[in-house]
Design a protein around this ligand. Structure first.
Ligand code: TYM
Length: 332
């Protein structure tokens, strides 16, 4: 069946509280696709199982991630918002794609190497084959574009390689997706170690600004952000801490680095950190208010989940049936 519109697909793991990294690298851009793309945004709860989760926390984070999608501007009438485990085609296609993905390819994934170093006592098969589940997420919807932060680019590229390989054997099965990495917010760094990415599962809460942090916490964390011993607000190589703060400020205000440097000429880091904190807190305040409103209405969120799962399952079933038929699996 020809597509009415190109397809956008992305996902977020409910593996902790979302950060401004998730926001500036991904969610902020999702609503911009609503008009010209058919959009699917997924809460990828099965990906979260690759590290040990506390059941009640995973459940809470799943509701919260869905609520944050909506609070950050995704209209459920214009986008299909759903939870991965509600559409069983994801795990079915993931198995099939496992048989078309090479051990060597999965071994090269940076995230696998990092996570296995971090969870040395739990290097499970799911952690290793995580990218094939992600490829299934994307390919099931005949996706054209995948808006993600820089850290997910390698996974989307692997997904492309697997899709090309599959199409080579069974022509015209999958659309080959393109990763879309934003120019500005795709690599938000930790406030404590600004050479590393800001990560929702960072054990140091001061390294991370969560979307649900209150105003005082946000301002305090930015005040304590690690910077160099210089005092001049200027974007320059090697000044990772201040570069990161300037990037965050630029993403939230729309000002370019030259304008920021002009505005803060002759003022120290202290003034700038305060401005960044207040700006971020102001920008997140309406998101937080909408989030609280949504979380108070679980019935609404559950209704959204059901509606989203129904719409997603209908699309996914078409691709899965096509794949099974091409492979020679008997359909009844
Ligand atoms: P996850 O849950 O780690 O992150 C969700 C999105 O946020 C982006 N992101 C960042 N962007 C900029 N700076 C940061 N510090 C930062 N931290 C996170 C991520 O790049 C991502 O876009 N495997 C994926 C989830 C996934 C997925 C998919 C994404 C599963 N299936 C299919 C796209 C398509 C992940 O763990 O994202």
């Amino acid at each position: 069946m020809p597509k009415e519109k190109p397809v956008s697909f992305s996902g977020i793991q409910p593996s902790g509280n979302l950060t401004i990294g998730n926001y500036l690298g991904a969610i902020k851009y999702f609503p911009t696709y609503s008009e010209n793309y058919k959009c699917f945004y997924c809460v990828v709860d099965q990906h979260a199982l690759t590290v040990r989760q506390v059941s009640a926390e995973l459940r809470r984070c799943t509701y919260e991630t869905l609520a944050l999608y909506i609070a950050c501007g995704l209209d459920p009438e214009k986008n299909t918002l759903f939870v991965q485990s509600h559409v069983s085609a994801h795990s079915e296609l993931a198995w099939i794609l496992n048989c078309f993905t090479m051990f060597g390819e999965l071994s090269r994934m940076t995230q696998f190497k990092e996570k296995s170093a971090k969870h040395a006592d739990n290097i499970n098969a799911g952690l290793f084959t995580y990218p094939t589940l992600m490829a299934a997420d994307i390919l099931l919807y005949q996706t054209d574009v995948v808006p993600v932060g820089e850290d997910q680019k390698q996974h989307v590229e692997l997904c492309r390689d697997v899709a090309v390989r599959f199409n080579h054997i069974y022509p015209d099965t999958f659309t080959i997706p393109e990763p879309i990495i934003s120019q500005s917010g795709a690599r938000i760094k930790s406030l404590a170690e600004p050479t590393r990415k800001m990560d929702k599962s960072d054990p140091n809460p001061n390294a991370v600004i969560y979307l649900l942090d209150d105003r005082d916490t946000i301002v305090r964390k930015f005040k304590r952000a690690v910077t160099d011993s210089d005092t001049c607000v200027k974007f320059a190589p090697g000044k990772d801490g201040i570069n990161n703060l300037m990037t965050i400020y630029s993403c939230f205000t729309g000002l370019d680095f030259a304008a920021i440097e002009r505005d803060f000429a002759g003022r120290g880091y202290g003034d700038f950190k305060l401005a960044v904190g207040e700006t971020v807190a102001d920008a997140l305040s309406p998101v937080q208010a909408e989030f609280r409103r949504l979380m108070a209405d679980k019935a609404y969120l559950e209704n959204m989940m059901k509606k989203g799962a129904g719409a997603a399952a209908a699309c996914a079933a078409r691709t899965l049936a096509k794949v099974k038929k091409k492979l020679g699996l008997v359909l009844i």
